[in-house]
Write a protein that binds this ligand. Sequence first.
Ligand code: PEP
Ligand code: CO
Length: 455
Amino acid sequence: MNEPAAASPRSWTASSWRQCELVQQPHYADESALKDVLAQVASLPPLVTPWEARRLERQLAEAAAGRRFLLQGGDCAELFSECQPDIIANRIKVLLQMSLVLIYGLRMPVVRVGRFAGQYAKPRSSDLETRGTMTLPSYRGDIVNGAEFTKTAREPDPKRLLRAYHHAAATLNHVRALGEGGFADLHHPEYWDLGFVHQDTLRSEYQSVVDAILESIRFTEAISSERMSEMERVSFFTSHESLLLPFEEALTRQDSHSDDVFNLGTHFPWIGMRTASLHGAHVEFLRGLANPIAVKIGPDTTPSDLQALVRHLNPGAKPGRLTLIARLGQRHVGAHLPAMIQAVRATGVPVLWSCDPMHGNTETLSNGTKTRRFDTMLDELEQSLDIHSAEKSIMGGVHLELTGENVTECTGGARGLEDADLERAYHSQVDPRLNSEQALEMTFALIRKFRSLRS
Ligand code: PEP
Ligand code: CO
């Protein structure tokens, strides 16, 4: 068997990525303004702590071993303008409700990870966008430039890095406050409320899960004489695509209690599919971080590429260190996933397998609208579960783009959203997200599939 080429064993520092090929970056006209802003970001407090990142790593190790399930979800791209209390709370609420359904349906704990508090940078297929006779830099996320199609908005602005830091901090503060307060108390009615669901079957399916959980809470409390909320507090971890490396580096800090270096801008950074090349700057940056990390893999990733990547990103074969987020697409998953699972197994490196059924299934309608079909995404999830089961492997998580708002961006689901409905409430600047009803419905469908494989 051909051994994949080993990546260069150069010593790692938080800036060694600067020696590697760097793709998917904006061009800043004023380098010295960029430097000044980065120095300011580097002097600000971290957003998360090393012990939180370590706790997450332990929980991801449990998920890889089939004793916990990873639920990772949120916007494709967070917007500064959507850093609002209701929008944040609704997103948290749908993730909480999905996690309850998973806990109940899978009979195991769930680790909740948001695509939030820092998901502001986007990779683009082209550096430039042309509309009519005008060509401007592509929108690369609020951390870089504005989505509006004007010369001023599209100019990459270093000051946005500071705004991104402050919006991430405000978002995370609100998420933490909600988690500490009544919102995430299992006894609190907010927790259970299904204001957004108008579809009867889904409502009654959810209500029966809630009734069963409340019943077991009452039972546990009766025999332990302790309040359940004090026994298990609901918590969230944060994650985002580690794309804009100068900013990521500015939030990377040495742990004061060990030799470890953490990116303390997020608990769980991931490498996007377009920046996952073995010798590229993004892989170089993440390989040295002590955070748990993830990498998105697509149909163009060969089994031998994957082996090299897995060895390079988790040389110590540490459980929980590396998550592989497969986003192969409904039409490719059957042909690619089995060989990928076998290749990774042959390395002996433990990974957590997660499935992103969204990014391989984006379609563009004739009017230019990007959408994703509920049944296509569900089919990729179901096929992935079947394949992992046949390979005696574990699919320990899902990665979804979703929002707590009642948007119409993906079609299908119990309400039967059609192409023509999309214009009604299409808010995403980038990829189409599941609305809260569709997200909950996807969760129930996933549970049904899990159960059919177990029985
Ligand atoms: C994303 O997660 O929004 C994204 C761009 O994904 P991928 O890297 O899988 O294309
Ligand atoms: Co996306």
